[in-house]
Design a protein around this ligand. Structure first.
Ligand code: BES
Ligand code: ZN
Ligand code: ZN
Length: 530
């Protein structure tokens, strides 16, 4: 008993963040691998949903494998009457000398594509979910080297596997952590292995970006302070991006009174991160802005304690910016991006901002802070103003901004407020590819009136009533933007996954990182926006 206590204490002691970050450096995809390990090989094959009880509708790869195995796979699948339905799997053992397990997963009906009502590519989504289920089942069986069928969409297949295998268990004892799994694309029967490998790598990189966002969001706030966030981002991006870590004095010199009014309640110093990725030079780069509240207690307008732990994810916008930049830089997209991330804690203390206090933002506008829990908009106000100084061709901000967007859309889609029809169309197109949906919300003057009717200052940081809370928050941000291509993504509703997205485990979701990467990819193809 005493010995086990000693062991536990020494382990907890070791968990400082430099140790965690050092380990994180070693991670490829979701785990790192020891070279001395014994690998058990498994194969995932896809089949389409098919009513027939005497034939199997295999994917190209699966059909070739079945032929090589003299039809053993189809025979075994047809021994039972019920055909496989979308999302269902069958695991076969000892059917091939090379693989201890062959898992057949059903990827839905052949030829499924864009669904207008669902605003999603159903074919790609089904593949992501089907391979995700397959690799998780094989991991449960102790398989640790898995070849996966491209299922006709290599990128989606790679995304599904890499997202599913993510787990944040760095802080748990070794024996409780999920085992390492190596995944690769089953290219052996392909005519064009090179392009398949390329697509697989793209999917893996997209997932890697989202997995970085998830990891940052999941990390507890005592370990992921603003300073530590900056350290990790530097470590992850420094070889591909320029990362500037600005301190409180710098923010003061920039007259960021709104941002600093939130930070002042905490003993943790605020940080303002400025990141640049130059896949090419442009005089009008794309600007990304992310809310980086590493913990939101609500401040003096304190939140109820139940569920408050989730507020460690209130830097989700910042995390998605970092995750997007990781992928954009790894994919070497020909685009110029500048990112702006205000980081701080929102804490109640003797030095905290009080309801009714008036603060001044960088653009000179005064703000009456009637609710200190509406802090996201305060830190974004200054970050948006600052981003405008770089003549961006567009500004896209992401923020876990309001509980109201969760009431409106739940985890179904991120709410998008934009002054540009063109930008909306592009973002929506990107989200159809990624499967991580967006839904447009209004920026009416109706909501602006709610925050400009203010007793002491130019603006009030709340709308007066709870109605349309996500819209009044967006209207507030609008007061700090002049850019004609502005998109504000309220991602509070999609912050965590409780089983809604089949290929994401429970926990912080990292949504909508892949949609933003796809959006940047689309923008990189537009000459006037490079
Ligand atoms: N961080 C919260 C919003 C949030 C809620 C994020 C749920 C993730 C999940 C934000 O700072 C906040 O507290 N907003 C208030 C605004 C209100 C005081 C006008 C809210 O939504 O209640
Ligand atoms: Zn808040
Ligand atoms: Zn918040």
């Amino acid at each position: 008993m005493a010995a086990s206590i000693v062991k536990r204490v020494s382990r907890v002691k070791k968990l400082n963040v430099s140790h965690i970050s050092a380990r994180y450096k070693l991670l490829t995809g979701s785990r790192h691998f020891s070279t001395s390990k014994q690998w058990n090989n498994a194969l995932v094959l896809g089949v389409y949903e098919n009513e027939s009880t005497d034939s199997i509708d295999f994917t190209g790869t699966a059909r070739k494998f079945d032929e090589k195995a003299d039809g053993k796979i189809s025979q075994l699948l047809l021994t039972v009457k019920k055909p496989l339905k979308c999302g269902k799997t069958r695991t076969l053992h000892a059917v091939d000398p090379e693989f201890s397990s062959v898992l057949v997963t059903c990827i839905g009906k052949r030829g499924e594509g864009y669904d207008e009502l669902e605003t999603v590519d159903k074919g790609r989504e089904s593949i992501r979910a089907a391979v995700a289920k397959a690799v998780l089942q094989l991991r449960e069986l102790g398989e640790n080297e898995i070849e996966v069928d491209s299922c006709g969409d290599t990128e989606a297949s790679a995304e599904g596997c890499h997202l599913a295998l993510f787990s944040y268990d760095d802080l748990k004892a070794e024996k409780s952590r999920k085992p390492a799994v190596r995944i690769s694309c089953a290219t052996r029967y392909s005519q064009d292995k090179n392009s398949m490998e390329k697509e697989w790598r793209k999917g893996a990189i997209l997932a890697e970006g989202q997995n970085l966002s998830r990891r940052l969001m999941e990390m507890p706030a005592n370990l992921l302070t603003p300073t530590k966030f900056a350290e990790i981002v530097k470590e992850q991006l420094a070889d591909k991006c320029e990362v500037l870590v600005r301190d409180k004095d710098w923010a003061e010199s920039m007259k960021m009174g709104s941002f600093l009014s939130v930070a002042r309640g905490s003993v943790e110093p605020p940080v303002f991160l400025e990141i640049e990725y130059k896949g090419r030079h442009s005089d009008s780069p794309l600007a990304l802005v992310g809310k980086g509240v590493t913990f939101d207690t609500g401040g003096i307008s304190i939140k109820p304690s139940q569920g408050m732990d989730a507020m460690r994810g209130d830097m989700g916008g910042a995390a998605c910016v970092a995750g997007s930049l990781l992928s954009v830089s790894k994919l070497q997209l020909p685009v110029h991006v500048k990112a702006f991330i205000p980081l701080c804690e929102n804490m109640p203390s003797g030095s905290a901002t009080k309801p009714g206090d008036v603060v001044t933002a960088m653009n000179g506008k005064t703000i009456q802070v009637d609710n200190t829990d509406a802090e996201g908009r305060l830190i974004l106000a200054d970050a948006l103003c600052y981003s405008e100084q770089f003549n961006p061709s567009l500004i896209l901000d992401m923020a876990t901004l309001t509980g109201a967007i969760d009431v409106a859309l739940g985890a179904g889609a991120a709410g998008v407020f934009t002054n540009s029809e063109n930008m909306w169309n592009k973002l929506q197109k990107a989200s159809v590819r990624s499967g991580d949906r967006v839904w447009r919300m209004p920026l009416f003057n109706h909501y602006t009136k709610k925050i400009t009717e203010c007793q002491l200052a130019d603006l009030n940081n709340i709308g007066g009533s709870r109605s349309g809370g996500a819209c009044t928050a967006a209207a507030f941000l609008k007061e700090f933007v002049n850019n004609k291509n502005w998109l504000h993504l309220d991602i509070a509703g999609v912050m965590s996954n409780s089983g809604d997205v089949a290929y994401l485990g429970k926990g912080m979701s990292g949504r909508p990182t892949r949609t933003v990467i796809e959006f940047i990819n689309l923008m990189s193809k537009e000459t006037n926006n490079r």
